[in-house]
Design a protein around this ligand. Structure first.
Ligand SMILES: Cc1cc2nc3c(=O)[nH]c(=O)nc-3n(C[C@H](O)[C@H](O)[C@H](O)COP(=O)(O)O)c2cc1C
Length: 210
């Protein structure tokens, strides 16, 4: 099936049935997230995989009681770096040099550029930049989930400060940005499952400048 057919098949699942997703499928979804592009390749976020029922129940309370949070199999939490630091920036450049086995002048200049720019900016500006990167990886995970025949619900509907407290994210220098429950639809309870997809027309979305 083509990517477009898969995108048409996907929908934001509103009710899940609690069935477990095999670990191999979860691993593939996480791998798609890991492979997503990020600005300067910094991957300025982490992903928490939650299967613990008590933790899920606590998270549901700060997420408008959305039922998918407890009825999913695995709950992914995307958490962006709360700031860029010298250590965090150097980590990825050093890793690049180690993996490729050589130092590149251009890359080293880019490292110095990023250190100069990001270390000067305030933490909130840097967090917002890091947070944007999580959305790209989020979509990679959502798309891979369709290939794994796993349903998902993209979610911003939660109180990030409350969630950060539940998961002790502040101590890790992280701030939550997105939730992605993964599981299987409960077609009987899901009001969205049979409704037609609604999207703006190409004309309203795209402007061509020749
Ligand atoms: C960033 C983001 C946040 C969203 N937050 C929620 C949410 O908290 N709860 C929910 O049920 N759906 C949520 N959605 C799903 C959207 O409402 C849904 O994707 C949109 O209405 C289009 O429908 P479709 O995904 O079924 O095609 C979110 C989607 C995105 C991309």
């Amino acid at each position: 099936m083509s990517f477009l057919e898969k995108l048409n098949e996907r929908y934001a699942t509103k009710a899940m049935n609690g069935k477990k997703v095999p670990q191999e499928k979860i691993d593939n979804i996480l791998e798609a997230i890991r492979l997503a592009p990020t600005s300067s390749g910094l991957q300025p976020f982490e992903v928490l995989v939650i299967t613990n029922d008590e933790v899920k129940a606590k998270i549901k309370e700060v997420a408008f009681n959305q039922p998918q949070i407890t009825d999913c199999s695995h709950l992914l939490v995307f958490a962006a770096w709360d700031n860029y630091t010298e250590e965090r920036i150097n980590y990825i450049f050093d890793l690049t040099n180690k993996i490729r086995g050589f130092k590149n002048e251009g890359l080293e200049a880019h490292r110095q550029f990023l250190l100069a720019v990001y270390l000067k900016q305030d933490a909130e500006t840097n967090f917002q930049h890091a947070a944007k990167q999580t959305y790209i990886a989020f979509m990679a995970g959502i798309a891979q989930a369709v290939y794994e025949e796993v349903d998902s619900t993209p979610m911003e509907g939660f109180d990030p400060n409350a969630l950060d407290k539940i998961l002790n994210l502040k101590e890790k220098g992280l701030r939550s940005t997105l939730l992605l429950p993964l599981g299987y639809r409960d077609s009987e309870k899901d009001w969205l499952v049979n409704l037609q997809k609604v999207r703006k027309s190409m004309k309203d979305l795209v402007t061509v400048i020749d």
